[in-house]
Design a protein around this ligand. Structure first.
Ligand code: GLA
Length: 399
């Protein structure tokens, strides 16, 4: 574990003790995630290839003898308290992610009680690195342990996804929660989101580095546009189902089918301009790219993976229309540097980060070139993170 995290752990425990006047029963680290490829495919029952990274939220938590839940965000210096029997949505988004999780636990047979919880982390918020899933899964993991519920990781991942769908109102897929809980050091996870079957692929970076470039742009529209994309995908499925009832999700659609039914899709498109067709085309192609990327990972063909990453970006930009000027620019600058194998926007889009696959021996030059050119062209700064692939949420033992 890197020294940075040890400092966060130490601070979280100290803050916990001084806030709640007791020792934590459980301390854990809950990681952020990247996604190599497979964007907006998870809610279409397709494939994704994420990995947990060494950016964390650290949780310290203890049982209480009543039904009160006390939450303390150390970084925001913000406190929120509620009773298990009275869980209501709040204006604090961070608290809603956590209350959503508690609310889902309440629906289970085995019961939880009140608890004290303090947390702190270094996952940049809104950067597309899933700080929200880290919040949800960290708490879910802790409550599962604290109250001896013996739920398995998949159940926890699904529970957290439901929390975000129902309580926060983002109809996200399961990728982020899955990556958070199933991450393994130096492995990417190929997840088939229909069957929830997965395989870990070694991601030995050796000569390469994964660079995250955070534009720090956050679009207000992000969650409503996200939900709209999901709806548009479902509309295409409905249209195609009339001709082939076997089609349950875009996962079942091929490029051929799309071409054959293009006119039909366009006729039924309330958004006009080939919108529905474009959305579906992106998802179908992105699923294929995930499968190809896995083949290339096996062959350690990073050059080809880089190319697919860029193709993914083009699709996200032109067909799925979830990129933005800043992200496009970051990708362009990156790819104009000789050390870059691939670059694309990552996560839901409308701001957030790009992910770049870069040759390690020219890393420094890559980073300074990206920072300088981006600043010169936009007047804005970009935050750069060089990340490592790490294990999923896990307990920390300290004396
Ligand atoms: C967000 C969602 C995920 C996934 C990505 C896009 O991170 O939480 O479920 O849909 O966007 O790939």
């Amino acid at each position: 574990m890197n020294p940075n995290v040890n400092a966060i752990i130490k601070n979280t425990v100290e803050q916990f003790k001084s806030t709640f006047n007791t020792y934590p029963d459980i301390i854990l680290t809950s990681p952020g995630r990247i996604n190599i490829i497979g964007e907006h495919t998870d809610y279409n029952e397709g494939f994704v290839l994420p990995a947990a990274i060494d950016k964390y939220i650290v949780f310290a938590i203890s049982k209480r003898n009543d039904n009160v839940c006390k939450l303390y965000s150390i970084d925001l210096k913000d406190f929120h308290q509620f009773n298990l029997n009275e869980i209501k949505k709040n204006e604090k988004l961070w608290a809603n992610y956590l209350m959503g999780v508690v609310n889902e636990f309440k629906g289970l047979e085995s019961k939880i009680g009140g608890f004290n919880c303090a947390f702190s982390g270094n996952i940049p918020i809104g950067a597309g690195l899933s700080s929200s899933a880290a919040l949800e899964c960290g708490l879910a993991y802790a409550l599962n342990e604290l109250f001896n519920l013996t739920l398995d990781k998949l159940t926890l991942a699904k529970l957290c996804q439901r929390a975000e769908n129902h309580f926060v109102g983002v109809k996200c897929g399961i990728m982020d929660q899955f990556a958070n809980l199933f991450g393994q050091e130096n492995f990417a996870i190929m997840l088939d989101t229909r069957y929830l079957k997965y395989k870990h692929y070694p991601l030995q970076l050796n000569d390469y580095a994964i660079v995250i470039a955070d534009s720090k742009i956050k679009r207000e529209l992000a969650s409503s546009e996200y939900n709209l994309r999901r709806e548009q995908c479902e509309m295409v499925v409905k249209i195609l189902q009339k001709y082939n009832p076997e089609i349950k999700a875009l996962r079942d659609v091929t490029t051929n089918m799309l071409e054959n039914f293009k006119e039909e899709i366009n006729k039924n498109d309330p958004f006009f301009n080939n919108t529905l067709y474009k959305r579906a085309k992106f998802v179908v192609e992105e699923n294929e790219r995930v499968l190809k990327t896995c083949e290339y990972l096996t062959k350690e063909d990073m050059q080809s993976i880089g190319k697919l990453m860029y193709e993914s970006h083009i699709g996200l930009r032109n067909l799925y229309e979830v990129s933005c000027q800043e992200l496009d620019l970051l990708v362009d600058i990156a790819l104009n540097h000789p050390s870059a194998l691939g670059a694309r926007m990552m996560g839901a889009g409308f701001g957030g980060s790009t992910i770049n696959l870069v040759l390690k021996n020219e890393l420094e030059d890559f980073v300074s070139n990206l920072k300088t050119k981006y600043h010169n062209l936009t007047g804005k700064s970009v935050d750069v993170h060089i990340i490592n692939i790490t294990k999923g949420t896990s307990k920390v033992n300290i004396e």
